[in-house]
Design a protein around this ligand. Structure first.
Ligand SMILES: N[C@@H](CCC(=O)N[C@@H](CS)C(=O)NCC(=O)O)C(=O)O
Length: 185
């Protein structure tokens, strides 16, 4: 771990850290919110909802994704017992069902959580699509299941077709190989 990372992220000692104007900002969600607040508009995209209530709701769901969707990933993969692993996947599936309702509410019948354009929640959840796909390959679990969460299933396709996600999201096969290598070590 580099001295720069330790100095920039002394509490959690984790990446990512954004260093802006020489000052560190930690935690990916906080970094995203900072970027959206600071440099809005990004390439003219309306990442920040014009309405303060919609922005509060977007922050709520962004935090939900961290706390309820991402957090159970650790017990699912690293749980000491089969029960802990099963509980992890159960919590992820419950969060996905809740997020189906969030998409319905936030999108207001438009394509994204952000409405007509990608917003904070789209980026938060969209960043995990390759990880979800890799997990589906590795575990056989169906996480974004069109039969249970049809809106989210369509949303993942729509999000994956956008130019930026296509450019920056990691390759699923590469992720699967990486996890297999780590598990073998
Ligand atoms: N909640 C953090 C999680 C960051 C995180 O887990 N980072 C991992 C890499 S993906 C890390 O730095 N791990 C180093 C470690 O745990 O020692 C965020 O969203 O920024």
């Amino acid at each position: 771990m580099s001295d720069l990372l330790l100095a920039s992220s002394p509490v959690h000692k984790k990446v990512p850290v954004l260093i802006h104007n020489g000052k560190p900002i930690c935690e990916s969600r906080i970094i995203l919110e900072y970027i959206i607040d600071e440099v809005f508009p990004v390439d003219g995209a309306a990442l920040l909802p014009a309405d303060p209530y919609d922005w509060a709701v977007a922050r709520f769901w962004a935090a939900y994704i961290d706390d309820k969707f991402v957090a159970p990933w650790a017990p699912m993969f690293k749980g000491k017992t089969e029960e802990e692993k099963a509980e992890g996947i159960k919590q992820i599936l419950a969060a996905v069902e809740t997020l189906e309702g969030a998409l319905k509410g936030c999108s207001k019948e438009k394509p994204f959580f952000g409405g007509g354009t990608v917003g904070l929640v789209d980026i938060m959840l969209g960043a995990h699509i390759p990880g979800v796909r890799a997990t589906e390959v590795l575990t056989g679990a169906k996480i974004f299941n069109a039969a249970i969460t049809p809106l989210l299933a369509l949303w993942t396709e729509r999000f994956g077709e956008l130019d930026t996600p296509k450019k920056v999201l990691p390759d699923v096969n590469g992720m699967v190989e990486y996890v297999k290598r780590r598990q073998a070590q």
